[in-house]
Design a protein around this ligand. Structure first.
Ligand code: KG4
Ligand code: ZN
Length: 349
């Protein structure tokens, strides 16, 4: 099957073509991601109205580019998969309505994909996984992105149970906000990672210590807003040139604090639920230190870095699994059954 994936839930307009086989081997034919980072940089975060306008401008060129890179055309597409939610409603509507129009005019099947299903399935599929490990259930997935920090227990394909989530800021959001406090560019994750890599904590005379929120709690929930406030108070102790000298150490300690909590909670949950597979996904899982810390402690699956942040390949892959599992038993995969929903929940297939 050739599948066209469409993702417009936040600030990336993405269109991808994958080829999916009966044994669930996935071949990526194209992955066009039109990033709006430059557009939102001066606001230090995503400006929703500007995001939807940019999606409107980018969606058709992105789809055209994805088809041409894949050396195919719309007639050869067997299934259209689009992100229906959660996300910014103005952004979601652009992708969903484009997908529905294509499905209607070409009379092709269409499937709505939850953005979190997309992140989860970015770690699935032989070709895209970059790993020799098999997926066995039960599995646990840590989704860490700008909008979400969730631990999902998967008992089977399409059987999801949220066992923990952030009570306030998402991990990626904390990276973005702390980067702004440190006057580092947006998006904050890669900027903090780069700044932190300049730190040599062992040689530093200064002891910078930040809290590891909820690390000792028996709950699998997270909380990152207190950590952000702790950084704010820390910064207030330094001014001007003195802050310049400790920026890298603060970035380093902040990154380490977030990672310590993410790794610790995931391993505790994996142990508690006796899972057979651990998976990592979402924008923050592109962080090299996070990947290294997991590597030191366990076997796990993580997508290649370019599929950690938002992309349409993950939507096409999730769409394929979902379509294969549901097309006989659910409502027909027709354009009139698909709608954007800003608050869409992850539901079982
Ligand atoms: O998955 P994603 O592209 O969008 C959402 O669904 O939210 O994640 C974007 C988030 C941003 O907050 C960004 O700062 C963070 O992922 N991020 C990182 C890294 N690369 C992106 N955080 C830490 N380290 C990174 N290398
Ligand atoms: Zn995302």
């Amino acid at each position: 099957m050739k599948i066209l994936g469409i993702e417009t839930s936040c600030d990336e307009t993405s269109a991808s073509i994958i080829e999916a086989y009966k044994d669930f081997k996935i071949n990526i034919l194209s992955n066009i991601v039109s990033s709006q980072i430059d557009l939102h940089k001066k606001y230090g975060g995503v400006f929703p109205e500007l995001a939807s306008r940019a999606h409107l401008e980018n969606i058709i060129p992105s789809i055209k580019a994805s088809l041409s890179k894949a050396k195919t055309n719309l007639e050869n597409i067997d299934l259209i998969a689009a992100t229906t939610g959660p996300g910014l409603i103005g952004s979601l509507l652009v992708g969903v309505n484009t997908a529905k129009t294509l499905a209607y005019s070409l009379d092709k099947p269409i499937i709505g994909v939850n953005h979190l299903e997309g992140h989860i399935y970015s770690a699935f599929g032989g070709e895209i996984r970059n790993s020799k490990l098999e997926i066995n259930f039960p599995a646990i997935v840590l989704i860490v992105s700008g909008g979400h920090t969730s631990l999902i227990l998967m008992k089977d394909y399409g059987k999801f149970e949220a066992i923990g989530q952030t009570r306030d800021d998402a991990a990626g959001e904390a990276f973005d906000k702390v980067a702004a406090l440190l006057e580092l560019p947006y998006p904050g994750g890669p900027a903090i990672e780069k700044e932190a890599s300049k730190s040599k904590p062992l040689s530093s005379k200064l002891k910078i210590k930040l809290p590891r929120p909820m690390i000792d709690s028996s709950s699998f929930d997270f909380s990152f807003s207190g950590l952000k406030t702790a950084v704010l108070y820390l910064i207030k102790q330094f001014n001007g040139d003195r802050l310049k000298n400790v920026k890298r150490d603060i970035a380093h300690e902040f990154q380490q604090a977030v990672i310590d909590v993410l790794v610790d909670k995931t391993l505790k949950a994996a142990n508690y639920y006796k899972v057979k597979t651990i998976m990592l996904s979402g924008g923050v899982s592109a962080n090299s230190l996070l990947r290294r810390e997991f590597e030191r402690k366990t076997n796990f699956l993580v997508p290649p870095k370019n599929l950690c942040t938002d992309n349409a390949v993950m939507i096409a892959v999730a769409g394929y699994y979902k379509y294969s599992a549901t097309y006989l038993k659910k409502k027909p995969n027709k354009w009139y059954n698909i709608n954007a929903n800003a608050n869409e929940k992850l539901i079982n297939w």
